[in-house]
Design a protein around this ligand. Structure first.
Ligand SMILES: C[S@@+](CC[C@H](N)C(=O)[O-])C[C@H]1O[C@@H](n2cnc3c(N)ncnc32)[C@H](O)[C@@H]1O
Length: 253
């Protein structure tokens, strides 16, 4: 990646998230209690724990964790306004280089952000560095199909819908991050986040602001489910799901 490309990517991320923050925070699909709880429960929170949620966005996961642990840091490079909660500290920062000593936290989470990372292994190494032995590492993200053509079709759609997307990876790829970091085979809980395509498109800021083109692109994938997202027609329009997973492991001694 050239420095110019890196700068363009950073601008795309900041641009998307300053515009998306409000809509994202109220998107019931992704911020519903039951969906957020999948990450919280995988972290096995204890009252004495210190937790950090990396790339916290609007802070839904950080605030949910805060109800169960002593202290939470929510870190993001974005500038979204976030809720004031007593035991949550909001920090501006980059996931690749956080200002904390190794082993500072018992819980390190990162939800729906790895597809924005150019260097997922580096981001994951930082998660593992931050967690103390016996602590929990929890990674949650959308998944690309294990069929390469369908993965590429889904990623092409997502990059058009949200130009700050780098790539959704497959479940085996995300599992591999845990294994390569010495955490062994993670526990995996799969789930779907279902969207009415027209609702999602209306809340998005696609390339060239071309919402009609984006919706047509999604509709064109229904026959044969070309993105492997369970796309189907309903009376309200096309519905499809972000295939997703929560992967978690304990950092060994
Ligand atoms: C789709 S949002 C997810 C927000 C939140 N984790 C959630 O689940 O609601 C992705 C977030 O990743 C953040 N992000 C992307 N790259 C980052 C980086 N290198 N360092 C810190 N935050 C980053 C963006 O600012 C954005 O808030």
């Amino acid at each position: 990646m050239t420095p110019e490309h890196a700068n363009t990517h950073e601008r795309a991320i900041r641009d998307q998230f300053s515009r998306q923050a409000a809509g994202f925070a109220v998107a019931p699909e992704l911020h519903a209690d039951g969906i957020v709880a999948l990450v919280v429960e995988a972290a096995k929170p204890q009252a004495v724990d210190r937790a950090i949620d990396l790339a916290c966005g609007p802070g839904t996961v950080a605030c949910a964790l805060a109800q169960r642990v002593q202290h939470v840091v929510g870190l993001d490079r974005g500038l979204a306004r976030r809720q004031n909660v007593n035991n949550v500290e909001w920090r501006a920062g980059d996931v690749y280089q956080t200002p904390y000593a190794g082993g500072s936290f018992n819980i390190v989470t990162c939800r729906f952000a790895f597809h924005h990372f150019e260097k997922p292994a580096l981001a994951f190494a930082e998660m593992v560095r931050l967690v103390a032995t016996g602590g929990r590492v929890v990674l949650c993200d959308g998944l690309a199909s294990e069929e390469p053509d369908k993965a590429e079709a889904f990623n092409a759609m997502e990059r058009r819908r949200d130009p700050s997307t780098v790539e959704f990876r497959t479940l085996p790829y995300l599992r591999g991050l845990f294994e390569a970091a010495g955490l062994g085979d993670p526990q995996v809980q799969r789930f779907d986040v279902s969207y009415l395509a027209s609702d999602l498109v209306a809340r998005s800021f696609p390339v060239d602001n071309d919402r009609a083109g984006l919706l047509a692109m999604i509709e064109a994938t229904v026959a044969g489910d070309k993105m492997d997202v369970g796309a189907h027609w309903t009376p309200e329009g096309v519905r499809f799901a972000f295939r997703s997973a929560v992967l978690s492991a304990v950092k060994p001694d």
